[in-house]
Write a protein that binds this ligand. Structure first.
Ligand code: NDP
Length: 291
């Protein structure tokens, strides 16, 4: 039988480790899928994804810069994708008619980035978020995907620090209701005034991708801080070392990548892989020191 087809669409996408991760999931679960990279021009996302679906593929992951456009293609969206206004996972369900409950049928769109980050922090790194003080650096697509699930994990406070203050403010405003519901104090600030001694510091800005230094002062760290950069591979090393130099625990974004992929795999295939085994194998392949 021909394996079901999936792809990760982005621009650029050549660096993506998603095909390797999904191949490991499938092998572990004795499943068979065909998962490839699909690079598409910035003005051709919608036609590329429609072509993929028409050719019989079952779904796709979506990465920079198409997560906002991907969300707009979802006839059905999850609350976490709606809060983010962005999707990283599409399932090409039949796009006509109504379902058994009378709802609109069509493509299913979700955002698994945030739950992937929360699982990596709490399960893989062993740091509970409940009651903690969290600094979220950045207010772009990754931060937008992360904030809802972070709030739902019940920290006492989340501070968003972004280069462009307005964007941080808007991101906070969109999540204010959720924060109140979970009794989380949600604040926004500038990078220069990010605060001190957080329990968890998350670099969801693209500074590491650009080869730049950590964009906040070291006083955000304390000896027990978990400082995690969403970047992985060699580009994450300077941030991880910066954290360690200041006696915090540094961690890269590979665990989040594997966890968000596992959630997408579950959405498509209905099976949950053992992510610890796959993360260990990915670290071996990338030759990155475990955090
Ligand atoms: P976006 O382009 O949507 O957002 C970039 C963010 O970085 C904005 O907040 C921007 O601030 C900020 N920024 C950019 N340059 C600087 C700078 N020089 N100094 C300070 N802040 C800066 O990118 P994404 O949110 O999609 O991605 C962010 C990072 O997360 C990337 O490195 C990406 O690879 C990684 N990522 C990792 C994932 C994983 O699974 N591990 C999943 C998703 C993303 P401003 O608003 O001022 O422009």
């Amino acid at each position: 039988m021909t394996p079901d087809r999936y792809a990760v669409i982005g621009n650029p996408v050549g660096h993506s480790r998603s095909p390797a991760i999904h191949a490991l999931f499938a092998r572990q679960l004795a499943d068979s899928i065909d998962y490839t990279r699909l690079e598409c021009p910035n003005d051709a996302f919608v036609s590329t994804v429609r072509q993929l679906a028409t050719s019989g593929a079952k779904g796709c992951n979506v990465t920079v810069p198409f997560k906002f456009e991907a969300y707009a293609l979802g006839a059905r969206t999850t609350p976490r994708a709606r809060l983010a206004g962005a999707a990283n996972t599409l399932r090409f369900d039949s796009d006509a008619g109504v379902d058994a409950a009378g709802g609109a049928k069509g493509w299913f769109a979700d955002n698994t980035d945030g739950i992937g980050l929360v699982r990596d922090i709490e399960i893989n790194a062993g740091v509970p978020l409940a009651g903690s003080r969290v600094l979220l650096i950045g207010a772009g697509g990754a931060a937008a995907g992360a904030l809802g699930p972070l709030i739902e994990a019940g920290p006492s406070q989340v501070v968003i620090a972004n280069r462009t203050r307005d964007k941080g403010m808007m991101l906070a405003a969109r999540h204010l209701h959720l924060a109140r519901t979970h009794q989380v104090m949600l604040l926004d600030t500038t990078l220069d005034d990010a605060g001190r001694a957080f329990d968890v510091v998350i670099n969801a800005s693209s500074t590491s991708l650009a080869g730049e230094e950590a964009p906040v002062d070291e006083q955000v760290l304390a000896p027990d801080t978990l400082a995690i950069d969403l970047m992985y591979g060699p580009l994450a090393v300077p941030f991880v070392e910066w954290a360690r130099r200041h006696h915090a625990t540094g961690r890269d974004g590979l665990g989040m990548l594997v966890e968000q992929a596992a959630e997408a795999f579950f959405i498509w295939r209905g099976q949950r892989p053992d992510t610890a085994l796959v993360l260990a194998e990915m670290r071996r392949q990338l030759d990155v020191e475990p955090s």
